[in-house]
Design a protein around this ligand. Structure first.
Ligand code: C2E
Ligand code: MG
Ligand code: MG
Ligand code: MG
Length: 281
């Protein structure tokens, strides 16, 4: 309590910080209503096959249409959601919404899967499996059409129970991706214990490829080779330029995601990109 009091006393020292503290409290109050009042929205970003350009999957990315502040990116509200536990309600909404959307686009493009980010807090919950299978069941989505994305740090905090839960999900046929790979602190010895099916190479490495950064190149190459040895698929994240596309392709990555292939967008914008036959007409 002393620590908390000291912290807030310090906060009131400068007007700027006080203001941000107030808006933070307001934001938390607003966030409590956001899910119930339908203020969350979903965007989808394509994950493409690098050789053909075909869309293989789409990642669901949440946004918050705040009544006064406009559309906020996840970085503006997910940290608050995690601190307050609201992340569980948000993730549940996201999983349901993502499964429903995927079921819709699979009527047009039956092979295209959906990827959903799962917060660390959610991994620790025994009801994660029920939440995920419930959402798939309600949408009529088969397990092989769903990838759960987890970060290394979330996995490291995880106990045996977490690894067990993930193994159960994978045994159901759901895919498990390690997101932002290379930015966490996982030791390589940890990798074989995680029941993953794919690695997503973090944007921070990919973005340095076209500057001729030999270390970034070696890192992406190493991760790609490592993934091969572990029988994991690879997605290069954050591909923005033609040079980056050429580099990740030359290295041998099979899939890519980034502005070069498509920005996150509403389902209605994603749909036409999934039906090349229609587009060509
Ligand atoms: P992430 O899972 O690594 O998602 C990729 C992020 O990179 C997205 O940011 C996406 O818009 C951005 N991105 C994709 N391609 C490019 C590119 O070429 N250049 C650049 N500069 N950025 C690119 P976004 O949507 O702001 O999401 C940020 C993070 O928030 C996500 O990182 C994920 O960790 C988290 N997040 C997003 N939606 C959810 C959600 O529904 N639930 C949970 N638990 N976390 C989420
Ligand atoms: Mg992700
Ligand atoms: Mg990522
Ligand atoms: Mg990332």
């Amino acid at each position: 309590a002393a620590k908390a009091a000291g912290k807030s006393a310090w906060r009131t020292c400068t007007p700027e910080l006080r203001e941000s503290a107030v808006s933070r409290a307001e934001l938390i109050a607003d966030l409590r209503r956001a899910v119930d009042e339908g203020q969350l929205l979903m965007e989808f970003q394509p994950i493409v096959d690098l050789a053909t350009g075909t869309v293989r999957s789409a990642e669901a990315l949440v946004r918050w249409r705040h009544p006064r502040l406009g559309v906020l990116p996840p970085a503006r509200f997910l940290p608050l959601a995690e601190e307050t536990g609201l992340i569980l309600a948000i993730d549940r909404w996201v999983i349901h919404e993502a499964c429903r959307s995927a079921a819709t686009w699979r009527e047009r493009a039956p092979e295209v899967t959906v990827a959903v980010n799962i917060a660390a807090a959610h991994l620790c919950r025994p009801d994660l499996i029920a939440t995920v299978t419930g959402a798939m069941g309600a949408a009529g989505l088969p397990p092989r059409a769903l990838t759960l994305e987890l970060t290394e740090s979330a996995l490291i905090e995880g106990s045996e129970a977490v690894l067990d839960r993930l193994a159960q999900l994978r045994d159901l046929g759901i895919r498990i991706a390690i997101d932002d790979f290379g930015t966490g602190y996982s030791s390589l010895s940890y990798l074989h214990r995680i029941p993953a099916t794919e690695l997503k190479i973090d944007r921070s490495f990919v973005s340095r490829l076209d500057a001729g950064d030999a270390r970034a190149y070696a890192t992406v190459e190493m991760v790609n080779r490592l993934a091969g040895a572990f029988d994991l698929a690879v997605v290069a994240e954050g591909v923005e330029t033609g040079e980056q596309h050429a580099a990740v392709t030359a290295i041998g990555c099979r899939q890519g995601q980034g502005w070069r292939y498509g920005r996150p967008a509403a389902l209605s914008e994603l749909l036409p990109t999934l039906a090349p036959a229609d587009v060509a007409r």
